[in-house]
Design a binder for this molecule. Structure first.
Ligand code: FUL
Length: 480
């Protein structure tokens, strides 16, 4: 072998090695989530628990003057709440440790208006302890809602109250209840017992929680961890960006308009995804008169589609009754809801499909990654490509009415619009959906159709990156 041949062979070998190498991953685009925001989003459904003096008075907003002895659940069983949540496929529980009436479900040393002054367990009980233990036992995450608005605390409306509230947060987040995955801050800011309103020190409140629980997601109208979806009906925007501009806004009266909260801001500066909070009953707290008005499975499926199916997390409130247990109607409904979801999503009709992309980045980012069920493997378009089509050749003819898409959000939310088409027997393509955003998860409801090929065309602000696709037939929800 002469030296020329050696150089040539080396060049060929090197070229071979280079072409075997994975293509570089796409650059992140715009605001991106923290790893804990991604983990939070993957929870998809959490249970909210409104419980306190209102459970016994029938009020939605307690006055703060209720005598402590009104709180006396006869058979409180947090294991029943947690096992119901678990069986229903929920991943965490958030409890109203303190609602606007100021009553604390744990013996808060900063207040006299707490379970310690109630007859329940002779004043020795602690609902947060019982619930956090029950959650741990079931493998669920534990979260809290601690209302800043307090109609009982005599300091409310003075600068001292911010200090009381900070110490209250420190007591809950100090470690005695283990990890707290979410802290809900309600922006409500009414009058306290002396008729004054409070000027909340939000940066201080946030810092207090983060110092103790850096992993906690903080909910408010403007985040910083996640945002209110703008209504209590269970409906996220059909267009729903997980990004939001927060400059100049505060939680509560100073929050962005509700339609902005509902759909986020395209190119928003911060990653603040929507959380959809809604009650299984007309009110947030249990009351006897609403036992016949618990949402139906159909209602809950509709809410699932307009929350989880629209790039939002669902926080479904299921309030315990005066015994301290979830009412049998509510707990049964939760299990029926899970049964319906299991039935709808039991068979992915895209399984075994062959997928082709109009373009791919190269090795490591093939179109088939979208079907491999691995969250972190994805198809990505090459740099400079902002529009692409994915064609799925199904394993035979399938009848379907739901199309599920997922963007790989650790790299940002990039898709601005997409269409879905299905092939008719003569090979022509029929449009069945024209939508805007995808985000973490998007489920599109289409009319029932039978086809052996589906194609999705996405337009994006950066090379699109998709990690999930599914096709399903829902015969339960009574909408198309
Ligand atoms: C609102 C509160 O005023 C309601 O009572 C309820 O707790 C809801 C989840 O948040 O702002």
């Amino acid at each position: 072998m002469n030296s020329r041949t050696i150089i040539l062979s080396l060049a060929i070998i090197t070229a071979g090695l280079v072409s075997c190498k994975e293509a570089p991953a796409p650059e992140p685009y715009g605001a991106i989530p923290t790893p804990q925001q991604v983990e939070w989003q993957k929870m998809e459904m959490n249970m909210f628990v409104h419980f306190g003096p209102n459970t016994f008075t029938g009020r939605e907003w307690g006055l703060g003057t209720e005598a402590e002895d009104i709180f006396n659940p006869t058979a409180l069983d947090c294991n029943q709440w947690a096992s119901t949540a678990k069986a229903a496929g929920f991943k965490g529980i958030i409890i109203t440790g303190k609602h606007h009436d100021g009553f604390c479900l744990w013996p808060n040393p900063m207040s006299t208006h707490t379970v310690a002054a109630s007859p329940w367990k002779d004043g020795k009980g602690d609902v947060l302890k019982e619930l956090s233990d029950a959650c741990r036992k079931q493998g669920l995450k534990f979260g809290v809602y601690i209302s800043p608005w307090d109609r009982n605390d005599p300091h409310y409306g003075t600068p001292e109250y911010n200090d009381v509230y900070v110490k209250t947060l420190q007591d809950v987040h100090g470690g005695k209840y283990g990890d707290v995955f979410e802290q809900c801050f309600d922006g409500a800011n009414g009058e306290g017992p002396n008729g004054k309103k409070q000027v909340y020190d939000w940066p201080l409140f946030h810092k207090t929680v983060l110092d103790l629980h850096p992993m906690a997601i903080m909910f408010s109208d403007v985040g910083p961890g996640c945002r209110w979806v703008g209504n209590e009906r269970g409906v996220a925007g059909r267009t729903n960006w997980s990004t939001l501009n927060t400059e100049g806004f505060t939680p509560g009266a100073g929050s962005p308009p509700t339609d902005t909260l509902n759909s986020g801001n395209v190119h928003g500066n911060f990653w603040i995804p929507a959380e959809t909070d809604v009650s299984i009953r007309p009110g947030w707290f249990w009351r006897e008169s609403e036992n016949g008005r618990v949402k139906s499975v159909n209602d809950l499926l509709g809410i699932y589609y307009t929350s989880v199916g629209r790039n939002s997390l669902l926080l479904l409130n299921v309030p315990p009754d005066t015994t301290g247990c979830l009412h049998p109607v509510d707990s049964a409904r939760m299990i029926e809801f899970k049964g319906a979801l299991d039935e709808i999503f039991k068979e992915d009709l895209a399984d075994g499909a062959k997928v082709n992309a109009s373009s791919s980045r190269g090795r490591g980012f093939a179109a088939r990654n979208i079907l491999d069920g691995n969250y972190d493997s994805y198809w990505a378009a090459p740099d400079g490509t902002f529009e692409a089509t994915l064609t799925f050749a199904l394993k035979g003819k399938k009848t379907l009415n739901r199309v599920l898409l997922q963007e790989y959000v650790p790299l940002g939310q990039r898709v601005k619009s997409f269409t879905v088409e299905v092939a008719s027997p003569d090979g022509t393509w029929n449009p069945v959906a024209e939508e805007t955003t995808i985000g973490y998860k998007r489920i599109v409801l289409i009319e029932k159709v039978t086809t052996d090929k589906v194609r999705v065309t996405v337009k994006a602000y950066a090379p699109p990156v998709l990690n999930g696709f599914g096709l399903f037939m829902d015969t339960i929800y009574d909408r198309p």
